[in-house]
Design a protein. Structure first.
Length: 142
């Protein structure tokens, strides 16, 4: 007796033998490779008594290390990179998050609030100033 014709709702028989694999490299490509951000200089940034070493993941103020998160270090490095000027919301989003500014500044304001609290605890002279409706700038005493 011939095998019944397959119907659209019938399940194919189980496959026998090894399942072809695209290879380990395709399954687990490895860690992402971070590209250098052209807005942040490669070496340590020195601005007055503030030193930001992006490669060493270290920020010091008057020789004392500041306990900052990766995001806070990135924001501070962008604000301190030359030329020290007002950074617009769009520029900060592009440099720190690598994405487009979509008009929602809540994540940026939250990061700035945490950064300001930590800088104020280190010294009252070190400040991140708001330029209303535009962005932020770093104020470091000379």
């Amino acid at each position: 007796m011939p095998a019944p014709a397959p119907t659209p709702w019938s399940v194919p028989p189980p496959r026998r033998g090894p399942v072809p694999s695209p290879g380990l490299a395709a399954t687990y490509p490895g860690p992402p490779v971070e590209e250098a951000d052209p807005t942040v200089p490669a070496g340590p940034i020195r601005l007055g008594e503030l030193t930001i070493d992006a490669a060493g993941h270290l920020v010091t103020w008057r020789g004392e290390p500041l306990a900052l998160t990766r995001l806070e270090r990135a924001v501070l490095a962008v604000l301190a990179s030359p030329p020290v000027a007002v950074w617009t919301y769009e520029q900060l989003f592009g440099s720190v998050w690598g994405g487009a500014y979509l008009g929602d500044t809540a994540i940026l304001h939250s990061a700035m609030k945490r950064l300001r609290r930590k800088l104020r605890a280190a010294d009252d002279d070190l400040r991140v100033q708001t330029v209303r409706g535009v962005g932020y700038r770093l104020a470091v005493p000379n």
